[in-house]
Design a protein. Structure first.
Length: 253
C-alpha cells in the first residue's frame, strides 16, 4: 500500500509538471478568457439569425459529404478486415507477415487525411474523388488496427473447435472469430463513419467538394448566417448517423 501511494504521488507530480509545461508552450493564460465575451458578441451579431433560405442549395453538398464519408469508410472496412487478421498474433500466417502488415497499417494511420487530401487533390484534381481516397487510406490503418485487437482478444475456444473438425486456418478464423467480434466491428465502423463526415468537411476546405467547400466559401465571403445553417446541417447529419448506427448494432446484437 505504501508503494502504491508513493507511485500515485509520482504520477500526480508528473501530471502537474506536464500541465504547467504545456500551458507555457501554448501561451495558456487565464486572462485570455476575458476575450470570450467579445467572441460571444461577435457570434450573436454575425451568425444569427440564420439564413434558412439557403437550405435547398445545401441539399446536394450534404449528400456529397455523406457519399464521401460512406465510400471512404465502407471500402476501408472491406480492405481492413483481411489486413486485421494478418496483423493479429493469433491469426497471422507467420511473424514476418505480422510485423510487415502492422508497420504498413501504422504508416497509413500516422498520415492525417488532410495530408492525403492535399496529395490527391494535386494528383487527381479538385472534387470529392480525392477526398474519398484520403479517408479510405487513413481508415484502413485505423480500422485495421482496431479490428486486429478485437481478433487477438477473441475467445480461442471456437477456433479450436473448428480445427478439431478439420476446418482450414482461414475458414476456421472466418467462422469462429468474425461472429464474436462483428458487433464491435460495427461499433468501430459507425464511429469512423461519424469521424469521416467531419473529416470530409475539412477536406472540402482544400477543394474536396461537399458541404465543407460550401462552408469555407461562405466563411471567406463573410456570409456567416449561411455558415450557421451549414454547421447545423453537419451536426444533424452526424446525429442521424449515430442513431442509425445504434439501431443497426441493436439489431445485430
Amino acid at each position: 500500500m505504501n508503494w502504491f501511494k508513493k507511485r500515485a504521488w509520482i504520477y500526480v507530480l508528473l501530471l502537474v509538471f506536464f500541465s504547467w509545461w504545456s500551458m507555457g508552450k501554448t501561451e495558456f493564460e487565464w486572462s485570455n478568457f476575458k476575450e470570450f465575451s467579445n467572441a460571444v458578441t461577435f457570434i450573436r451579431e454575425q451568425f444569427f439569425p440564420a439564413s434558412w433560405e439557403v437550405i435547398p442549395a445545401l441539399i446536394d453538398p450534404v449528400l456529397v459529404t455523406l457519399a464521401i464519408a460512406f465510400l471512404g469508410t465502407f471500402f476501408a472496412l472491406l480492405i481492413a478486415l483481411p489486413f486485421s487478421f494478418a496483423a493479429a498474433k493469433n491469426t497471422a500466417a507467420n511473424p514476418l507477415l505480422y510485423y510487415v502488415v502492422r508497420f504498413f497499417l501504422s504508416i497509413l494511420r500516422s498520415i492525417p487525411e488532410i495530408v492525403f487530401g492535399l496529395i490527391f487533390v494535386v494528383v487527381l484534381g479538385l472534387g470529392p474523388f480525392p477526398a474519398v481516397f484520403a479517408i479510405l487510406l487513413h481508415n484502413i490503418g485505423v480500422l485495421g488496427k482496431l479490428i486486429s485487437e478485437l481478433v487477438e482478444a477473441a475467445d480461442p475456444g471456437p477456433q479450436e473447435a473448428m480445427k478439431s473438425v478439420g476446418a482450414g486456418r482461414r475458414l476456421g478464423n472466418l467462422f469462429s472469430i468474425v461472429p464474436q467480434i462483428w458487433p464491435n466491428v460495427l461499433s468501430h465502423y459507425f464511429y469512423r463513419f461519424e469521424v469521416a463526415i467531419r473529416t470530409s468537411l475539412i477536406l472540402g476546405f482544400i477543394g474536396g467538394g461537399g458541404i465543407g467547400q460550401k462552408l469555407i466559401n461562405d466563411f471567406n465571403s463573410f456570409n456567416y448566417a449561411a455558415v450557421t445553417v451549414e454547421v447545423m446541417l453537419i451536426m444533424l447529419l452526424v446525429i442521424i448517423v449515430d442513431l442509425f448506427g445504434a439501431f443497426v448494432r441493436k439489431r445485430v446484437i
